[in-house]
Design a protein around this ligand. Sequence first.
Ligand code: C5P
Length: 308
Amino acid sequence: MTASAALTVRAAAKINLHLGVGRVREDGYHPLETVYQAVSLHDDVRVTPADAWSVRTTTAGHLGDVALPAPGDNIVDRVRDLLAPDRTARVEVAKAIPVAGGMAGGSADAAAALLALDRLWDLGLTEDRRLDLAARLGSDVPFALVGGTALGTGRGEVVTPLEDRGTWSWVVVPDAGGLSTPAVYRRFDELFPDAPTTPPPTDRLRAALVTGDPRALAGALHNDLEPAALDLRPDLAALLERGVAEGALRGLVSGSGPTCVFLCTDPESAAAVAAGLVGVRSRVLTATGPVSGAHVLQPDRGPRAEED
Ligand code: C5P
């Protein structure tokens, strides 16, 4: 790999199939037992050799009007600070993952930028070193590198791939409102001051994954942050019910929300549920999982403005 060629790295959104949250630790983070799944909504990060450092972000139409970070305050700037603060590149981030939505869009951008700048600048980082740097950028960033379906422990940053025999069909309903992850965790602390120090385990969910049966998975989906997200956004409860009424097996707040996801039996059912929800929310997407973690697109085709 030469240090001069432009390249694009693609990174996926995540859904937490199981998000077990324990009582807040002394460092302010919560211990997690989570099962992540990477799904087919992607952000692309393109890096090009340049004499100055610049980061430009574009958003897919389905994201609507979203607030983006101020120049210099992007997670991509933090990636550069960690890797090589004096080096330069032109970085273009094409976002299709809901912003502040509980699907780790910012973490996907961080993972993609880490891989892309490592390659562009020919830094030769080992996989372990990339994972270590990723954990410093955010709890979900290591998973965005690994992808697939994986167990997350610690504060979510310790990632172990899991056996998953399914190809799962999802409906994804983004929400223009956005929810702050720290605010949702704070509400969790208020609602559950006696939460156990050890979070609820993932055994049931992991057993469902190896059946490959959507009904088994639907029965095992679990999100300890859902009550806190619904407390901050009570209107989401009706959306979750409506998705099931339209034929989904189960609705779930994605991570800290406010994106809601619906597991369906197959892609046809997901398309029907999505069509049924279009009258309820303006933007309704479908996705499948698991998909791979951050990877270089071959051949380089540049970032696209819209989701595939
Ligand atoms: O790790 P990351 O920077 O993505 O976390 C953002 C915020 O989410 C943290 O500052 C914290 O408030 C909350 N968080 C948490 N416990 C976790 C992960 C995140 O409380 N395991």
